[in-house]
Ligand binder design. Sequence first.
Ligand code: SF4
Length: 367
Amino acid sequence: MQIHTDIIQSDISELLAWYHLAGRKLPWRSYWPELTSAYHVFLSEFMLQQTGVSTVIPYFKNFIERWPTIHNLATASVDDVTAAWAGLGYYARARNMHKTAKIISQQGGVFPQTISELLVLPGVGPYTAGAIAAFAFDKPAIVIDGNIERIVARYFNLKTRLPALKSELPEYYKKLMPLQKNSDFPQALMDLGNQFCTSSAPICKDCPLNTGCISAKSDNPEKLPNRPIKKLKPTRQGQIFILRRKQGDISEFLVYRRDDKGLLGGLLAFPSQGWDDKLQKFDINWRPVKAGWITLKPAIKHIFTHFRAELQVFLAEYETVDFSSWDALGNAEEDIIKQQKFEWIAENDLHLPKLMQKSLHLARQHL
Ligand code: SF4
C-alpha cells in the first residue's frame, strides 16, 4: 500500500507544528531556526546511547558546568571524565568521547559537518553522526534511533523482522524528510515516539501522523516493528576480592587497572574472576593472596548488556595476609607495586565503576 506524497507532507507539517508547541524542553535542545552547539549534541548523544533522557539530564548539566567547552573536556584527565561518568555505564563511551574531544580540540574545536568525516571519530556511529549533522548543522541527515525505527515501521507498515528491517528504514525515512527544519524533524519524531507512538500502547487518535499512517488503520499497530524472539540473558557467576590496608585513619584498597579492551576497560577494579569470562572457566578456590578472607552476603547482582552477573564478594584485612603467598599474584609484593599491576589507593581517591562500587558498599558494612 502506497501513501500519497501530499499526505506524507501534510502529516509531517502537522508533526513539526505539534513539536514546536509541545516538544520536550531539554537542556541540549534548540528549536529551529536556532541550532544546538555541536559540542552539546556530541555530549548528549554519547550519553543517550543506551541511557534514558531523565538519567542523562543531570550528567549533561554536570559535564557542561565542569567542562564548558570541548577544549576543557579534551584537557581533562580520562580518570576525571570516567569518574564523572560513573552511573551511566558502558564506559567505553566515556573513553571514546574523551578521545574524540581531543581530536576535535586539536582541530581548533570545530566539528566536521559531513557524515563521512564524523564517522571516523572514535565512538561516532551512523546515528551519532546523523544527530550531529542534523541537530547542530541542520543537514538533511538520516537519524534513526529506536523511537524513529518504530514510527517508520508503523507509518509504512513494514513487516520485515528486525534486524533485517534496519536496512530498509533509511529509504522510508527519506520519504518522510521535510524540505526544511532538518534539525527539528528527527527530534520531533523522537518526541512523537515518546508521547504517542509508544512501544506497547500507541495513541493513534491524537497522533499528528494518523492521516497517512498505514498501521493506524490496523487493529494492532503495537505489533510493529516485528521483533526477534527475545533470548533470556545468561547468568555468569564470579568473585570479587577486596583487600583493605589501614594507614593511620585512612583505608586503602588493593586495585588494578583493567585492560583497555573488554568489560570495564581501562577502569580501576578489585581483583576478581569469572564474571568477565564468557566461558566461565575459573577456579572457585582461587584467591589473589592467602589471607583471612570472609565471605560477604548477599551476593552482588549486576546487569550487563548481554548477561547478568552474580558475584560473591570476599573481604580481607592486610594484617591477615600470608606474605609468602604474594607470589599467587604473579610476583613479589614490591614487584607488583613497581609494575603497577596492583596499587593501593585511598578510599577517597577510588573512582570505581558501578559494579565495584556496589562491592565496596557491601564491604563497608563489615569494616
Ligand atoms: S498513527 Fe499510531 S501507529 Fe501511526 S505513527 Fe501515530 S501513534 Fe504510531
